[in-house]
Design a binder for this molecule. Sequence first.
Ligand SMILES: Nc1ncnc2c1ncn2[C@@H]1O[C@H](COP(=O)(O)OP(=O)(O)OP(=O)(O)O)[C@@H](O)[C@H]1O
Ligand SMILES: [Mg+2]
Length: 201
Amino acid sequence: MDSITVYNAKGGTGKTSLSLALALKTGNTIITNDIYSPIDDVLPSSKVLKLEPNEKVPILDYSSPIIYDLGGHMMDTRISQCLKQSKTILIPTLTDYTSLKTTMYAIKEVEEFNKNIILIINKVSNEKEFFEAHKILSNFFTYEILRVKESKCFQNMFKNKKSIDEMMQENKLITRAYTEVNNQLINIINTLDSKDNIKSA
Ligand SMILES: Nc1ncnc2c1ncn2[C@@H]1O[C@H](COP(=O)(O)OP(=O)(O)OP(=O)(O)O)[C@@H](O)[C@H]1O
Ligand SMILES: [Mg+2]
């Protein structure tokens, strides 16, 4: 998987959870502007870089793709820099109206720097909720929209300090409980891998 940015100005939409789940599957390094992020409880220190508030984004070594897990305001110029040097931007949103509204502003800001965007409707607990959120987003944008269901696997990665794959291997009941969300994460990776690289076209 190439370098990506997971961004939304809206907090709590699952940026860190998705970044960690994807990093554990792909082996990519996470760089975040959240110094309090607990990802280093789960990932080895060689796979995590937490940027101090004034620390610059390091120059990319293309042999090791990065997942930039970024929150906060675009005034943090590191965000636009990471958006520009990422192949694709994942923008996770929750399904409630205020999250969708804020996400739409965030999409417009991201578009200025990178139009290779995939929207993720996250924490989906039923079809109706998904279709309503999908309808609102697709009214304004033509970007691909994927989904991730509501699942305990995300908080359990942090709690157990294990990847979703490790937890599934250990316990048959967990395998059953996590299969669908795990397939949705694999689908995100496959979609990222199959996306044309607009920049090199
Ligand atoms: N698909 C999901 N199902 C259930 N819970 C989820 C899901 N995605 C995220 N969460 C939970 O939502 C909360 C917020 O997630 P997370 O910290 O990943 O969001 P964030 O966008 O990184 O937040 P912040 O803006 O604070 O950095 C966490 O408690 C996480 O476990
Ligand atoms: Mg976060």
